[in-house]
Ligand binder design. Sequence first.
Ligand SMILES: [Zn+2]
Length: 247
Amino acid sequence: MKIKKRYIFTHRAWVGFLLITCLIFTCSNKVKADPIDITIEENEKIIYLTFDDGPSVLTNKTLDILKEQNVKATFFLIGNQIADQKDVVKRIYDEGHAIGLHTFTHNYKRIYSSKENFISEMLKCQSEIYNITGIKPNIIRFPWGSHKKLNQNFLNLLHENNFRVYDWNASMSDGINCKTSANKLYMEATKTTITEQPIILLMHCDYMHKNTCKALPRVIEYYKKKGYEFKVITEGTPEHFYPIKVK
Ligand SMILES: [Zn+2]
């Protein structure tokens, strides 16, 4: 009898313990869930549309689409293309888009031959933009991205030169193959909504990127429907680059 009573007591104690544990777990989850949900809602809904490799004739078409859709974007320009496309650069600036640096020559061997060459390429590009717009942008994008090129020392040097680095976390493959169909580009640009936030979407606006222009209105409409805010990259935007080696 004593054994049975002890068994019942132990059993009830276990059930009680489990109920209390469940209650604490549910409550603590509830307390945590609300602020997290709010944070995700606030942070998730920002997209930076970014275009590399302009200015070109097609950059104008890109600007037409952005105007129609009433959204702003960020253009990382190649310095040696600016002389032939001054009007386009002026238009980018006048219409309220952001301008960033994407080197002067976009020549892999030349720009990555030394840190000094890289910086001088950026400064030359900056000077071209300054001559047309009167502004000296210092947001930069590494051609082909900063992956395996940027380390802490290099980053410090860039910061000493007032540069701020922006890679991307979503992209169209138009930079790899400009003939990729507009539909595929659209799919690539919109499949990323569940990954890192805010979204920095890489696209291109050189003269051969017609399909990017074809895909762009649908991409913008997609993110509008999802409730995204379209922002431009400024010096105040937190830098974004691939993980770098500390040493
Ligand atoms: Zn590029």
